[in-house]
Write a protein that binds this ligand. Structure first.
Ligand code: AVI
Length: 322
């Protein structure tokens, strides 16, 4: 684990082993079986995700960074001075860096991230680059209601930054719930800057989740490695394979771990039987048209005020307000 930078207090609400055990028991008892994608992100999972972002097929990160490179100044102007910037997920910090570089006198930076290692690494880096910006990291599951730390100086507005198309990892009803939760967390006059992946050619989308180097496969399977270590499950890693397919009707990549044989998996005192070829759902990555997303935001009581895109309209960064 990385060293914690001096003077930065982490507000730690990391879920414990009991929570994970209960989530997994419930998921394996469900029909069809399913495990939440947040379980991908242990230390190795976060590192593998960073490696996915470097793969030539995974256009999302590259494209979003290019949009930020071109428009971060405009985005910062849209937010105005004295902002408290709350980020859901801490990521690698590159996009955040671009935003912080352009913001005028930000009151605080509050990253909310479930992986303590990823959180502390990114905060340590940002604290050195932006010594005048108070850092208030929160180690928590951002899908649950948050208590934001008290800011040392009153912000003019609270803006939520949710990059990376992570919103796409939630089914519509959960995405609407999360947007509604963000709406409640931002102040009057606040806003949400959200990265949203757009619908495009199915082959291009599918390739992004089936990279030739197999990094996404390792990322998916790592969920089982993690559960074996953390909750004493006995998944046979070689007995499962990664499968990611684009469902054009639903507009989403559906990622499953498919059992390659009949097998039993033990979790605590419970036994869960898998059939040969049985799929266990582990992730959705939803893709939107501009209209789809505006409608979803509307359901959360939000409207789209601005949209920034790359020339090929692969990806968008959108500003949502009440
Ligand atoms: C974090 N999230 C937006 C990624 C995605 O594209 O759904 C996670 C990921 N899963 C497989 N590759 C990348």
């Amino acid at each position: 684990m990385s060293a914690q930078p001096k003077d930065i207090r982490v507000d730690d609400r990391h879920p414990d082993v009991e929570d994970t055990l209960e989530t997994v028991r419930r998921g394996l008892a469900a029909k069809p079986k399913r495990l939440p994608s947040r379980l991908f992100y242990d230390e190795r999972g976060s590192a593998l995700f960073e490696a996915i972002c470097e793969q030539p097929e995974y256009y999302l990160t590259r494209t979003e960074i290019a949009i930020m490179r071109e428009h971060a100044g405009d985005i910062a102007d849209t937010l105005g001075p004295d902002v408290r910037l709350v980020e859901y997920g801490s990521g690698s910090g590159i996009k955040t860096r671009m935003l912080l570089e352009h913001l005028r006198a930000p009151v605080a930076y509050v990253p909310v991230e479930i992986s303590r290692t990823a959180l502390m690494e990114s905060v340590a880096d940002l604290a050195t680059r932006f010594p005048s910006v108070p850092m208030q990291p929160v180690c928590a599951d951002f899908t649950q209601p948050l208590r934001l730390p008290v800011a040392t100086r009153s912000p003019r507005r609270t803006a939520i930054y949710f990059p990376g198309s992570t919103i796409g990892n939630f089914e519509t009803k959960d995405a609407v719930r999360i947007l509604r939760q963000m709406r409640a967390e931002m102040s009057d006059g606040g806003g949400i800057i959200v990265g949203v992946d757009l619908k495009k050619d199915a082959a291009e989308i599918e390739a992004a989740y089936n990279d030739a180097a197999g990094v996404t496969r390792d990322f998916t399977l790592n969920m089982l490695v993690r559960l074996n270590r953390e909750i004493g499950a006995d998944f046979d890693i070689d007995g499962f394979r990664h499968r990611a397919r684009y469902n054009a009707m639903a507009g989403r990549i559906e990622t499953d771990l498919v059992s390659t044989k009949r097998q039993d998996v033990h979790v605590g005192h419970d036994t869960f039987a898998f059939r040969e070829d049985e799929a266990m759902h582990v992730e959705y990555s939803c893709k939107y048209s501009l209209d789809d997303f505006a409608q979803m935001a509307h359901k959360a009581g939000l409207s789209v005020e601005k949209v920034w895109m790359d020339e090929a309209r692969r990806f968008s960064v959108q500003y949502l307000v009440r």
